[in-house]
Design a protein around this ligand. Structure first.
Ligand SMILES: Cc1cc2nc3c(=O)[nH]c(=O)nc-3n(C[C@H](O)[C@H](O)[C@H](O)COP(=O)(O)OP(=O)(O)OC[C@H]3O[C@@H](n4cnc5c(N)ncnc54)[C@H](O)[C@@H]3O)c2cc1C
Length: 415
C-alpha cells in the first residue's frame, strides 16, 4: 500500500502513475483536491462557471513530462493569447503580442514599444539575450546570479529592472529582488531558446478536467485529512493522524517543502536538513471585476512595475484569455498594488511559492542522494525539488522520477 500526501500536480501525477500497479491512498488536507482547491464558481449567463485560481499556462518546450501525461490522460490544451504590456511608474514601456497564422506561431513587440527610448533598449537587449545568453553563460566558470550575469554582460538597466526581472517575478510570483538572486542558468534555461517561439497553452476544460482525469481510477481518496506527523517504525513509514495511525510500504510526500519539514518526525533528520534549504515567499491572487486595473484592453496581461512595491502587479484580462468569458469585465490580479472595492471582488487566495537561490541546489542534491538509498520508503517531491523554475513541469517530473524507482519501470512504461 502506497500513501501519497498532497493532491497538487505532484500528488496527482504520482497517484495516476502508480495506481495502475499498486493500491494507492491519496491524502489531501483541503476538502477538495488540492490542485483545484482555490477555484471559484460564479454564474455566467445563467450557468455556473468555474474559474481557475491561479490561471496557469504551460509551454510545450518547457513541459515535456507534463504534456506526455496530459496527452495520455486525455487532457486537452488550447493556446492562450498571452499578449502583454509592461508599465513602469505608470507609463507603458514595452509590449509583446503573440500571433498564430496558418499553423505557425510567432510573437512580436507592439508598436508602442518603439515609441519610447526604454522600449527600444528593452527590445534590443531582448534580442541579445535570446541570441547570446546561452553561449555567454557557457563561458562562465563560476556561479552567477541572473543580476550579476546581466550586469556583467552590460544589459541596460531598463532591460534588467523594468523588463526581465519583473516579468520573471510574474513567472514565480515573487519579489523582483528575489529573482535578481536566482542562479543565472535557471532563467537562461527557461527564457532563452534562441528565437524559437512557443505559445502559452492552458488546459482546454480547466483545472477541473485535469483533476477529474488524473484521479479517475483512484478509489481511495481522503479529503480533509488530518495528518499530525510521519514517523519511521522498523524501517517502514507510519502516518500518524489525529485519530490513529497507519503503516505503509511507501509514503510519497508531495506537500511544499516547508510543510513537509513540519510533518516529519525526528527519525527523518537528514530529510529535514535537505528540506531546510528551500525558501518560500507569499503571493496574493484576487479574482475581480474592477476594470480600472485594465484600462486599455488591447493585450491580455498588464505588468505594473512600481518602485514603491517589492513585487510587480500583474493583471490577466480573463475577458480576452478565456473564450467563454469573452468581453466580460473579469480579471485576475496577482500581487496587487491596490485592492479593488469589496463589491467587485469575487475571490481572494493566498499562495506560497518556492524561490530559488544559491543554496537551493544543496536541498535538491540532498533529496536526490536520499532517494538513491537502498530500501528507501519515504519520498519527497514537488515543484520545488528539481533544478530549474518551480512550475508544474518540475512537479510532474519529480513525481515521475519517484514512480520510476518504486515501480522499477521507465517513465514511458509507466505512462
Ligand atoms: C499565482 C500563481 C500562478 C502560477 N502560475 C503557474 C503557471 O502559469 N504555470 C505553471 O506551470 N505553474 C504555475 N504556478 C506554480 C504551480 O501552481 C506550482 O508549481 C504547482 O502547483 C506545485 O504543485 P505541487 O503539487 O508540487 O504543490 P502544491 O500544488 O502546493 O500541492 C501540495 C498539496 O499538498 C497539500 N497538503 C499540504 N499539507 C498537507 C497535509 N498535512 N496533509 C495533506 N495534504 C497536504 C496541499 O493542500 C496541496 O494540495 C503558479 C503558482 C501561483 C501561486
Amino acid at each position: 500500500m502506497i500513501a501519497i500526501i498532497g493532491s497538487g500536480i505532484t500528488g496527482l501525477t504520482s497517484a495516476w502513475l502508480l495506481s495502475k500497479y499498486y493500491p494507492v491512498t491519496l491524502y489531501e488536507k483541503h476538502s477538495e483536491i488540492g490542485m483545484a482547491a482555490f477555484g471559484a464558481n460564479h454564474q455566467i449567463n445563467g450557468n455556473v462557471f468555474e474559474f481557475d485560481i491561479p490561471f496557469r499556462t504551460i509551454k510545450r518546450d518547457y513541459y515535456p513530462t507534463l504534456f506526455q501525461i496530459y496527452d495520455k490522460a486525455g487532457i486537452q490544451t488550447r493556446p492562450v493569447d498571452y499578449s502583454f504590456r509592461v508599465e513602469s511608474g505608470g507609463d507603458p514601456v514595452f509590449g509583446f503580442r503573440s500571433y498564430s497564422m496558418f499553423g505557425a506561431n510567432f510573437g512580436m513587440p507592439t508598436f508602442d514599444s518603439f515609441r519610447n527610448e526604454k522600449g527600444i533598449k528593452i527590445f534590443y537587449d531582448l534580442l541579445r539575450f535570446y541570441a547570446n545568453s546561452k553561449t555567454d553563460w557557457s563561458k562562465e566558470n563560476a556561479p552567477l546570479s541572473i543580476r550579476q550575469f546581466l550586469e556583467k554582460n552590460k544589459y541596460s538597466s531598463e532591460f534588467i529592472n523594468e523588463f526581465l526581472l519583473p516579468t520573471f517575478a510574474l513567472v514565480n510570483t515573487c519579489k523582483t529582488e528575489t529573482v535578481g538572486g536566482y542562479p543565472a542558468e535557471t532563467i537562461i534555461g527557461y527564457h532563452s531558446r534562441g528565437y524559437a517561439y512557443t505559445p502559452q497553452e492552458t488546459a482546454r476544460f480547466g483545472t477541473r478536467d485535469i483533476v477529474n482525469r488524473l484521479v479517475g481510477d483512484i478509489r481511495n481518496i481522503e479529503l480533509g485529512a488530518k495528518i499530525k506527523s510521519i514517523v519511521s517504525r522498523k524501517g517502514k513509514p507510519v502516518i500518524q493522524f489525529e485519530s490513529g495511525e497507519k503503516e505503509f510500504e511507501h509514503v510519497i510526500l508531495t506537500t511544499q517543502a516547508n510543510q513537509a519539514y513540519h510533518l516529519l518526525g525526528d527519525d527523518f533528520a537528514k530529510e529535514k536538513e535537505a528540506l531546510s534549504y528551500f525558501k518560500y515567499e507569499p503571493s496574493d491572487v484576487i479574482l475581480h471585476e474592477d476594470s480600472s486595473f485594465f484600462e486599455k484592453r488591447d493585450v491580455s496581461l498588464v505588468f505594473r512595475v512600481n518602485e514603491k512595491f517589492d513585487k510587480p502587479e500583474v493583471t490577466l484580462d480573463l475577458g480576452r484569455i478565456v473564450p467563454e468569458l469573452k468581453g466580460r469585465n473579469l480579471f485576475q490580479t496577482w500581487n496587487p498594488h491596490s485592492i479593488p472595492p469589496k463589491d467587485k471582488i469575487l475571490k481572494t487566495a493566498q499562495f506560497e511559492r518556492p524561490i530559488v537561490d544559491e543554496k537551493t541546489i544543496f536541498g535538491i542534491q540532498g533529496l536526490a542522494d536520499l532517494h538513491k538509498m537502498e530500501s528507501r520508503r519515504l519520498w519527497l517531491c514537488g515543484s520545488y525539488s528539481l533544478f530549474g523554475i518551480p512550475l508544474l513541469e518540475a512537479g510532474a517530473k519529480s513525481a515521475m522520477n519517484v514512480a520510476e524507482i518504486i515501480a522499477g519501470k521507465s517513465g514511458s512504461e509507466l505512462i
